[in-house]
Design a protein around this ligand. Structure first.
Ligand SMILES: Nc1nc2c(ncn2[C@@H]2O[C@H](COP(=O)(O)OP(=O)(O)OP(=O)(O)O)[C@@H](O)[C@H]2O)c(=O)[nH]1
Ligand SMILES: [Mg+2]
Length: 574
């Protein structure tokens, strides 16, 4: 694929006609006025059999918007200069656009060689082009009127196409629509330049907030099963009416892109003076944006409409008033807010950094892998993956190191509980998903019954069985602490009981009195039903237990600040 560029009336359309035999000026008005207004599309087979599609753009300054929409996804340019007129205003403007877009492949055609000596225009244009992203560009003199030089242009195009980098056909599709129309019997059809990926009938694509289905694909005027980049494609769509579609809309591989209305970019060169607003061009889209200069070449763009931008995208920023264009690279499509003093400068320094995906992931700490790749980042080799999550390298180790402190602090504040609930730990570590907590809990900590507990003493099976039996009984009757004889009979000596307490399964109220963790809540609930103050005896009755348990439990509740002992030894809840 190639797109024309050049000043009005310099013979772009005539050359396209001479090369392809097709009429790029589709509109009656264009043909009547001899002026291209909108984009034209033509194609041909070159002598080698290789097929070439051409997007023909208008040269008139009034139609620069159409020119930008046509050039947006095309990797190479056919720069046209008329021998009798030479380098002109829109040659300059179009070449500035190509330069800002970073187009690296181009052919220069000096037309109307039948009217004037082409050599001076050729030499001058090549010198000027050499200073742009296109560098040393081959040049051919041609007359579309006589046909002289047309085969040389075709041969030069052949050579140029052979040097284009191979497009990534595995890439997700982002097809910028340049036309939408209906065909009787087929329905809605859109066209665009497929710069990467491939499209086939039956594909489901995303259009704004809905899905559409590709019913059929055409490329270069003929139906195809599948079109691979780079290609001109026409897609017959199900799920969208033509009046809901316009140039600048975009069809996307579902889930592969995220839309954003803010992006941090880096300009090619430090700008002298920037307007407060300009127009952002990408693909066939043009969206107004407000600028926030950060520092140096870094800017933040706030878009009037969302665009499915990716890191690494090339943007053309246009100041329509000054007829000036700037090229910019997208460096972040989900940038952090800049609230603190000096944060704009720090951000600019981050954006200038070259370490890309790794640095970005380090800043984000944790993100869904799909969201990270949808922003355009490759997954760094050393990133950690947990389920759908991507973690910055080394983060799990750092978090695992923090968990013991979180648990210790929680147990200090709530000594009656075996350990913090998982969600408490999740929040303390600022993680988005409880699943991630499990990955950073390391021995002697363990997850038990939705909490992070100290599991240093995983009990021997026989002891665990005895403890389980006691816990079952305590679940039925929370204040029925086992008798000393029962404990001995169950094989639970001082060592085993201490281990059960450490593992968070039993609570030691006093010498020989063991209850289940959480008993403090039940005890308090029952006491809340008593008129205050109450006696130990009333508490004992409320708990349905004996003095052997009630007296030490009452003191334990005093000691843990749940009850308050009054001078006459009655209590009330704190
Ligand atoms: N003598 C001569 N005339 C040419 C040649 N190429 C184009 N023309 C004439 O120049 C005029 C403009 O040609 P177009 O091909 O329409 O120019 P364009 O660059 O497409 O113009 P816009 O699309 O409006 O920017 C027409 O009248 C053509 O017939 C050529 O090689 N020799
Ligand atoms: Mg034209």
């Amino acid at each position: 694929m190639i797109a024309t560029a050049g000043h009005v009336d310099h013979g772009k359309s005539a050359l396209v006609r001479a090369l392809t035999g097709m009429e790029p000026d589709r509109w009656e008005e264009e043909r009547r006025r001899g002026l291209t207004i909108d984009l034209g599309f033509a194609w041909t087979a070159l002598p080698s059999g290789r097929r070439l599609a051409i997007v023909d753009v208008p040269g008139h300054e009034r139609f620069i918007g159409n020119m930008l929409a046509g050039i947006g996804s095309v990797p190479a340019a056919l720069v046209v200069v008329a021998a009798d007129d030479g380098w002109s205003a829109q040659t300059e403007e179009h070449v500035a656009v190509l330069d800002a877009l970073g187009v690296r492949h181009a052919l220069l055609a000096v037309t109307k060689a039948d009217l004037a000596d082409a050599a001076p225009a050729l030499a001058d244009a090549r010198t000027r082009l050499a200073k742009t992203s296109m560098g040393e560009v081959p040049g051919v003199a041609v007359s579309s009127l006589t046909g002289d030089g047309v085969p040389a242009v075709a041969a030069a195009l052949e050579t140029l196409l052979a040097t284009l980098p191979a497009p990534d056909r595995e890439a997700p599709v982002r097809l910028w629509i340049d036309r939408a129309f209906t065909i009787r019997g087929a329905g809605t059809v859109v066209t665009g330049t497929l710069a990467a990926g491939s499209v086939a009938a039956g594909d489901r694509l995303r259009l704004g907030d809905r899905d559409v289905v590709v019913r059929g694909v055409q490329s270069l005027g003929a139906p195809v099963e599948r079109a691979d980049a780079t290609a001109r494609v026409a897609l017959n769509l199900r799920g969208a009416a033509v009046d809901e579609l316009a140039r600048g809309d975009v069809l996307l591989t579902p889930g592969a892109f995220r839309s954003t209305d803010v992006a941090d970019v880096v300009l090619d060169a430090e700008p002298e003076r920037l307007p407060a607003e300009l127009v952002v061009h990408i693909g066939s889209a043009a969206v107004a944006a407000r600028l926030r200069p950060l520092e140096g070449r870094a800017l933040r763009l706030r878009l009037a409409d969302e665009l499915p931008l990716r890191v690494g995208d090339r943007l053309l920023l246009r100041d329509p008033g000054a007829r000036r264009v700037l090229g910019a690279d997208v460096r972040d499509v989900d940038p952090p807010e800049l609230r603190r003093r000096g944060s704009a400068r720090r951000r600019a320094a981050e954006l200038a950094g070259e370490d890309g995906a790794g640095a970005d992931l380090a800043r984000r700490r944790v993100i869904r892998t799909g969201d990270f790749t949808a922003m355009g980042w490759p997954v760094p080799d050393d990133a950690e993956r947990i389920g759908p999550w991507l973690l910055a390298p080394g983060l799990t180790g750092e978090l695992a190191g923090r968990v013991p402190h979180v648990v210790a602090r929680y147990r200090q504040l709530r000594p009656l509980e075996p350990g913090p609930p998982v969600d408490v730990v999740r929040r303390a570590l600022d993680l988005p998903d409880a699943e991630l907590v499990a990955a950073v809990v390391r021995p002697p900590l363990a997850l038990r019954e939705g909490r992070v507990v100290v599991a240093e003493a995983d009990l021997p099976p026989a002891v665990q069985r005895s403890v389980d039996t006691i816990r079952v009984r305590l679940a039925a009757d929370p204040f029925a602490a086992p008798e000393a004889g029962d404990l001995v009979a169950a094989g639970l000596g001082a060592r085993e009981l201490a281990a059960a307490v450490r593992s968070g399964q039993l609570l030691r109220i006093a010498e020989g009195i063991y209850l289940a963790p959480g008993v403090d809540r039940v005890a308090r609930e029952r006491l809340a039903g008593l008129p205050a103050p109450f006696t130990v005896s009333q508490a004992r009755q409320a708990w349905g237990t004996t003095r052997r348990v009630a007296v030490p439990l009452m003191e334990w509740l005093d000691a843990h600040g749940i009850t308050l002992r009054l001078p006459d030894s009655t209590r009330r809840l704190r």
